[in-house]
Design a protein around this ligand. Structure first.
Ligand code: AKG
Ligand code: FE2
Length: 369
């Protein structure tokens, strides 16, 4: 291990920030040749990681057309008859690939099932990548091929095209996270040669606008309060809104879709504050920190509780891609994050074992049915 500067590292104290807004970070300089520009970007990321655990990324470079095609594919898929979708039931495939029906997950174990349906995939070579197409990848505890609907032309290709674009964005974030931790930029390189990357297409039917009266504790919502399992998540969400992030005061802060040019204010219960719905042709993605980074950093980087309540009155679609290290990498705290006053908090296991255990818990309630 290197050159982590102890003085700088002392500044890496987790704060009890009660953030009210989620920062927007332009990642254009991620590939800058100027190390000072990359360092500045890493500082912004560090601040967001320590104080919030969520930030928006701008200039991710994924063309709108690729996103649109993927979302159209998701809409076509979810419009298939339930019996067709259930042919790819996630419980029948190795390690959680394929279809999850409405209420099939219970992300918050105190909840009554999540009001979304989903389609999950893991790493698979890009359709136009002849170099690795015959390569079969071994993911140990999380091994398992993707499954695809047989009668949806183009769905696999467009979904995988987007998957690989986001994968590249994610790969460009790892060196920034390393810099943000005052580690060498290449710290995660050998741990992310085959990064764990599960992507989900999600569809949230609208909830009744008055469901907060009948379900004041939010026990049956789009996705129950949870933290993500991996290092970080890159999320595309449509304009319906509904994603909320909890600050340390326990307040749910809206992670509104698409900050940009036109601002429309409306009120989204149960958060009695204004929400900004911002319309813009530019697509934004959110990055959120996951439990693996919390483990790597002994909780210095926050893994923030979040949930979705879709009271927009319209269907909501979103696409998270969860990034972790290679599945066989042990989740050991980075030495500089462990001090006598702050000893290691977590049992050490591999990334694959950890992800698998969390997925098993999430799907446990529907596995018997
Ligand atoms: O749909 C969203 O906006 C968030 C989804 C999410 O939190 C998850 O799948 O872990
Ligand atoms: Fe999540």
């Amino acid at each position: 291990m290197s050159s982590a500067s102890p003085e700088l590292f002392l500044a890496l104290k987790r704060t009890e920030s009660t953030f009210e807004e989620i920062p927007v970070i332009d990642i254009h300089d991620a590939h800058s040749k100027d190390p000072i520009a990359r360092r500045k970007l890493a500082d912004l990321i560090r601040d967001a990681c320590i104080n919030v655990g969520f930030f928006y990324i701008q200039s991710h470079g994924i063309p709108d057309e690729i996103i649109d095609n993927t979302v159209k594919g998701a809409k076509r898929y979810f419009a298939l008859p339930e019996s067709t979708k259930m042919e790819l039931n996630i419980h029948k495939t190795p390690n959680f690939k394929g279809y999850t029906a409405l209420l099939g997950e219970n992300t918050d174990s105190t909840g009554l099932g999540d009001l979304h349906e989903g389609f999950d995939l893991g790493w698979e070579s890009a359709p136009d990548d002849s170099s690795s197409s015959s390569e079969s990848r071994k993911d140990g505890a999380m091994d398992g091929e993707n499954v695809w609907p047989s009668d949806l032309p183009g769905f696999r290709e467009t979904t995988l095209e987007y998957y690989h674009r986001v994968l590249n964005v994610g790969k460009s974030l790892f060196p920034l996270f390393a810099l943000a931790l005052d580690l060498p930029e290449n710290f995660f390189n050998d741990k992310t040669t085959k990064p764990a990357a599960i992507m989900r297409l999600l569809h949230y039917p609208p909830q009744s606008p008055t469901s907060f009266e009948t379900d004041p504790d939010g026990r049956q919502i789009g996705i129950g309060a949870h933290t993500d399992y991996e290092c970080f998540t890159i999320l595309w969400q449509d304009r319906a809104g509904g994603l909320q992030v909890q600050n340390t005061a326990g307040k749910w802060v809206d992670a509104v879709p698409i900050p940009g040019t036109l601002v429309v204010k409306y009120v989204l219960e149960p958060v009695p504050s204004h929400v900004y719905l911002i319309l813009s042709p530019i697509s934004f993605a959110t990055a959120s920190l996951g439990d693996q980074f919390a483990r790597w950093t002994n909780d210095i980087f926050k893994s923030t509780l979040h949930r979705v309540i879709n009271r927009s009155g319209v269907e909501r679609y979103s696409i998270p891609l969860f990034f972790g290290t290679n599945y066989d990498v042990p989740l050991e705290p980075i030495p500089t994050c462990v001090t006598p006053g702050s000893p290691s908090k977590y049992e050490i296991m591999t990334a694959g074992q950890y992800v698998k255990s969390r997925l098993e818990a999430t799907y446990a309630h529907s596995s018997a049915t």
